[in-house]
Each structure stands twice: as structure tokens, then as C-alpha cells.
Design a protein around this ligand. Structure first.
Ligand code: ADP
Length: 486
């Protein structure tokens, strides 16, 4: 098979900028696809927050001050380029001072619609000037979801893209890019109103993600279960009917993990390395974690870890119902790392004040501590309302930290309920979003923990799982190849 030509467009790419899982996926796909010999070129904004000191960026001679015409005005961009670390993958940074010099990568400002429309257009314009017709345009989330429609409208004349196919990956359907319909003319869709959903125009709005879902050749999302869930009213955030209609063009591919960064054998952050063959370092990490968090160590008291954005999605309301009771009655510890909405931080702060020897809470974003928690906890709690893929439960499996998760999205695809008869399974999975169900899972885990042989088996089952990018990237290649031949 000849190498694939992939134009990958994303608003986040690790290690340059990350707000969530999207950044991880973009960086990993760039790296792993180029390692497999494919010609993948990644396009992203040149945000002012990107640290250029350690980045040898170069201006691309023929991509300077490129004009992009919008309805009634023109924007100019310059492309700079650098390689993704440890790979040959070229990243093109789209530099447009007026749009990307902001204190945050995502804003509530009036030109948000334009910031990412420019990124989408600039990626296409760069391809034109490079004389490079990609086999695949891979778009990610609402920010780049206009690309398929642009290719079918104002760039339709260009034979360079005649064979190009489009893929749109939905990383989180909760964010759709909805703007006033006043943007339609400015975006250059004025002459193509017949291609925009009349119900949206009637309501005076335009929805970028919806347009991507309608016009892309293929939709992917980041786990097979989430691909099913978003076709239902409960999880589809208003787009379920459109997704159901396009279900034969919808696939779920789990995100992978970079085990160079996340495995207890290699992890440079943790005090004691350990492996599936020798767990002994794990207990030492537990001791070190508890000492660091000012909690007393007791080998018989399991440590429940949490690392999370503190938002509605993550389902911590369920803990409101159960935490007080288990902290009062059980000999256990909770170590919580997270930042986000006030109501959740207040909840964990007050639990810490009420149970000082049992629960520790670090309010903030702390990479080293997140590795310590993975290594030093016995269990990891994720009671999410919805979870497109989720990464922490996958890290937890590798660290022998047994996940307690709700059966939704990627959590359902990566953790199997432990069966105490056959001793198969990798974690404690509850189905219904209510306190009793979570309580059942926490109790089941607590009781199993005290059966040392069973616990070692469950840890072992989890550590043997392999969700590496090496495996997952092959699924994208297979999909691109199939799409190319359509
Ligand atoms: P989401 O993308 O919805 O936030 P994921 O589980 O897919 O959830 O990915 C979250 C990533 O962010 C993980 O790598 C996790 O370790 C990291 N993370 C989340 N909150 C924190 C925090 N407070 N400190 C350090 N890392 C965090």
C-alpha cells in the first residue's frame, strides 16, 4: 500500500497545547502515523501561549501573509512549522496575531466562530499552495468541522481535492460550536443557504459540529460504546437523530495510551517503580503518597484515588450521597486531585475538613501528583455521567489501580466487571447513575480488597491489558484505507 496523505487539523496538539483528551489524541496520531511511514501533516493555531523557546519553528517561505477572503473582509496568516517531538511529522502552526493572541485557547469572545473557521480555511489554503491533495482530511470536534462543507462549496472547483475524503472525530459531543446565523455570510456560506439546516437558520443559529456530521464522509468517535450512545436522546446533546441517520458512516475507535509515559515500570515521576511480575513497589508508593498528602498509612485501609476535571460530566454528585457514610464507617482513604467548578471544590474541601485523617484534596492541576496517585492508590473512582473515552481508567489498569467506573462510553469498553466466582474481570462497574449503584461498587471493591489473593488476581488482570497507540493506530489506518477506496 502506498503511504497515506493525511491532513490532520486540530485546535489542540500535545506537547504544544492541551485542554483535554483531544490534545493527546492529536499528538499521538501525528507521531504514530508518521512512524508507520504515512505523510501526515498537522495544522493547528499558533496560540500565544505556545512556548516557542524550546521549539525550533521555521517560517514557511511560500506561506507568508496568505490572504483568506471572508464575506466582506480578508484575514491574513503566516504558517510556521516544526516537527512533532520523536517523529518526522510536520506541524504547521497557523499564525494570525489578531485571532490567536489571547489569554486562553478557547474564549467567549465575539470572534470565536472566526478563530476556528480561519484554522479550517488555512489548512485547505496551505494544501493548495503546497500542491498537496490529501487522501484524507481528518477534522476534530466543532472547531474544524466546517472543513467538509468548505470542500463541498467554495473549494469545490479545485481538482486537487477531487479524490480527498473527510473524517470527523467527535471527542465530546457536549461542545458543538453554536453561533448566530449572522455568521453565515461572513463564513462565505451566503450563497449556499440551501445546504444549511433550515431548522437552525429558522432559529437564527449555525451549528458547526452538526454541519460536520452532515457533510463529512465518515464520523468517528473515541469509543465504540460512545458511538452507540450519541445516537440516543440521553447522550446525543440534540444531535442524536442526525447521528442515527448517519449511523452507517459512524465508527468508534478507542483512544490509545502512550505507555512510555504511563506505566509503572518507566514512570519517571513516581518514587518506586514496579511491574506485573513484582508489585512490591506499589505498596511503597502508597506509603509515599499518604505521607505526601498527610494521611496515616494502614496496609488494611484501601486508598481510593480521583484525578479529574471537576465538572458536571464527571458525576461527582453521586459521591454527595455516599461519601460521608463510608468515611464515617469504613477504614479507608480518599486522595482527590482536581480543579473546576466551585460547587465540587467546596464539596471536597468540606469532606477534607470533616474527615482530616481520611480524605485529602489537592485543588489544582498537578501532573506529578497525578502519577503518584495512579501509582499509590488501590482503586480509582470515575462515576461519570458520560465519558467519550476516558484516559485515567486506562492508566489505572496499567498501574494495578483497580477502576471503579460507571458503565458508560469508553469506561464500558475498557473495564470489565470482576466476577468473584471465575476471578475474571478488571474492575468494579456499576450501571445506573445513582448513589446506591456507586455504593454497591465501592463496597464490592472494599470487600474484595481484603481478600489478598483475589485482589492480586484483579490487579494482574488489569495490568495485562494493552490499550497502546501501537494497536489503536492500526484501526485508523484501516479506516482511512477503506475510505480512500470508496
Ligand atoms: P477529559 O478529557 O474529559 O478531562 P480524560 O480522562 O479523557 O478526561 O483525560 C483527562 C486527562 O487530564 C488525563 O490525562 C488526566 O490525568 C488529566 N487530568 C485531569 N485533571 C487533572 C489534574 N487536576 N491534574 C493533573 N492531571 C489532570
Amino acid at each position: 500500500m502506498p503511504p497515506l496523505k493525511i491532513c490532520f487539523v486540530s485546535s489542540e496538539v500535545v506537547p504544544f497545547v492541551k485542554a483535554g483528551g483531544l490534545g493527546d489524541v492529536s499528538g499521538a496520531l501525528g507521531k504514530y502515523l508518521s512512524r508507520k511511514g504515512h505523510d501526515i501533516r498537522v495544522f493547528m493555531p499558533y496560540y500565544s501561549s505556545i512556548d516557542t523557546r524550546s521549539l525550533p519553528v521555521q517560517v514557511v517561505e511560500f506561506l507568508q501573509n496568505v490572504p483568506v477572503h471572508f464575506g466582506g473582509f480578508t484575514l491574513y496568516f503566516t504558517a510556521l512549522t516544526a516537527k512533532l517531538p520523536d517523529s518526522e511529522c510536520e506541524v504547521y502552526f497557523i499564525h494570525c496575531e489578531g485571532l490567536y493572541n489571547r489569554s486562553k485557547i478557547y474564549t467567549d469572545e465575539g470572534d470565536e466562530y472566526l478563530r476556528f473557521a480561519l484554522l479550517s480555511r488555512a489548512a485547505i489554503e496551505c494544501c493548495q499552495r503546497m500542491g498537496w491533495g490529501p487522501d484524507i482530511f481528518h477534522c476534530n470536534d466543532w472547531q474544524t468541522a466546517l472543513i467538509p462543507l468548505y470542500l463541498k462549496t467554495i473549494y469545490q472547483w479545485d481538482g486537487l481535492f477531487k479524490q480527498s475524503k473527510t473524517v470527523l472525530t467527535i471527542h465530546n459531543i457536549g461542545y458543538q460550536g453554536m453561533f448566530s446565523a449572522e455568521a453565515v455570510d461572513k463564513l462565505m456560506f451566503g450563497g449556499y443557504r440551501h445546504m444549511l439546516p433550515p431548522e437552525d437558520l429558522g432559529a437564527g443559529m449555525i451549528n458547526y459540529l452538526k454541519l460536520g456530521i452532515i457533510y463529512t464522509d465518515l464520523i468517528t468517535t473515541v469509543s465504540p460504546t460512545y458511538a452507540q450512545e450519541i445516537q440516543t436522546a440521553e447522550y446525543g446533546s440534540g444531535l442524536h437523530q442526525m447521528l442515527e441517520y448517519r449511523k452507517y458512516r459512524l465508527a468508534g475507535i478507542l483512544n490509545g495510551v502512550d505507555y512510555h509515559e504511563w506505566s509503572p515500570e518507566n514512570d519517571p515521576y513516581i518514587p518506586h517503580k514496579y511491574s506485573m511480575e513484582d508489585f512490591s513497589g506499589k505498596e511503597k508508593n502508597k506509603k509515599a503518597l499518604l505521607e505526601r498528602m498527610d494521611l496515616p498509612y494502614d496496609p488494611d485501609a484501601p486508598v481510593y484515588g480521583i484525578i479529574s476535571r471537576l465538572t458536571w460530566q464527571k458525576g461527582f454528585e453521586l459521591l454527595y450521597e455516599v461519601l460521608g457514610d463510608i468515611l464515617s464507617n469504613y477504614e479507608l482513604r480518599f486522595v482527590v486531585l482536581g480543579s473546576g467548578e466551585d460547587k465540587y471544590t467546596r464539596f471536597f474541601q468540606s469532606a477534607r475538613d470533616q474527615f482530616p485523617g481520611k480524605l485529602a484534596f489537592y485543588n489544582g492541576y498537578h501532573i506529578e501528583l497525578s502519577h503518584w496517585i495512579e501509582a499509590g492508590s488501590d482503586m480509582f473512582v470515575m462515576p461519570s455521567r458520560y465519558e467519550p473515552c476516558g484516559l485515567n481508567q486506562i492508566y489505572s489498569l496499567k498501574y494495578g489501580t483497580v477502576p471503579i467506573v460507571r458503565k458508560t462510553g469508553g469506561l464500558a469498553d475498557t473495564v470489565q466487571l470482576y466476577d468473584w466466582v471465575t476471578q475474571a474481570g478488571t474492575g468494579f462497574v456499576f450501571e445506573y447513575f445513582n448513589g446506591d449503584s456507586l455504593r454497591w461498587a465501592i463496597d464490592y471493591a472494599f470487600n474484595t480488597f481484603h481478600n489478598k489473593a483475589a485482589w492480586q488476581k484483579i490487579m494482574h488482570n488489569g495490568m495485562a491489558q494493552n490499550f497502546s497507540w501501537e494497536v489503536q493506530v492500526e484501526k485508523y489506518i484501516e479506516l482511512y484505507e477503506k475510505l480512500k477506496s470508496w
